[in-house]
Design a protein around this ligand. Structure first.
Ligand code: TMP
Length: 230
């Protein structure tokens, strides 16, 4: 079996940068597959384009025509939080079965920028859905697959959102209270599973964050390296 590593955190925490840095460093000696959520499959990309475009200004009257634009605006406002939960779950179920499990079975290291903890934090704590329901949905979507290590880049909504470029997506446009709940939710999730989580203060420099992550990765890889020598 390979190793499954996920990055989590609020918008603007620097996950994507750190996930790429880690993939590059690990990729020098190991077979690494880099993924992100939602996405990575054609179904997942549909969900991704939904999250990215709706409410972001990328879709406007000129690009899709007035009638369709009005319909989409309505759609955005009408998406029920449970429907949203199913969208992320559908994307994840496809990614796990089509890409992640096969890669782990081939012994690869899979690094995923967001995974099930994002749903727990954003839909569970952020949207205030039942945590029990969200946990069950995550179990169904992942088939019980859990990361070996989850790196939580912790940052306040104020600091995080100040780093995000002007064009904010659907989630980034939520109210501050929403983002506070997401952050507190992440901290709670990490507290409940201390062996799986490494929580890093993301206000430090990218180099310092990278060094802390690397220390933990070395510990994670050590047993595998020792086994290879036997
Ligand atoms: P990102 O590409 O900036 O990470 O954007 C993805 C957005 O989707 C981000 O705001 C978090 C949100 N999201 C959820 O709400 N639930 C999920 O399960 C996932 C994977 C992402």
């Amino acid at each position: 079996m390979g190793i499954f590593i996920t990055f989590e955190g609020c918008d603007g925490a620097g996950k994507t940068t750190q996930a790429k840095l880690l993939a590059t460093k690990l990729g020098q000696t190991r077979d690494v597959l880099s993924l992100y959520e939602p996405g990575g499959t054609s179904l997942g990309e549909l969900v991704h384009s939904y999250v990215r475009s709706h409410g972001s200004g990328e879709i406007n009257e000129a690009s899709v025509g007035q009638a369709q634009f009005d319909g989409m605006k309505d759609f955005d406002a009408r998406v029920d939080p449970i429907a949203e939960l199913f969208l992320f779950a559908a994307s994840r179920a496809q990614l796990v079965s089509e890409i992640i499990r096969p890669a782990l079975e081939q012994g690869r290291i899979v690094i995923c920028d967001r995974f099930a903890d994002s749903t727990a934090a954003y839909q569970g704590y952020g949207r205030e859905l039942s945590i029990e329901q969200v946990t069950k949905m995550n179990e169904v979507a992942t088939g019980g697959l859990k990361p070996d290590l989850t790196i939580l880049l912790d940052i306040s909504p104020e600091d995080g959102l100040s780093r995000v470029p002007e064009k904010k997506d659907r989630m980034e446009k939520q109210a501050r209270d929403f983002h506070r709940r997401v952050r507190d939710g992440y901290l709670k999730i990490a507290e409940q599973d201390p062996d799986r989580f490494l929580t890093v203060d993301a206000t430090q420099s990218a180099e310092d964050v990278q060094a802390l992550i690397w220390n933990r990765i070395e510990l994670l890889l050590k047993p595998q390296a020792e086994q290879r020598l036997l």
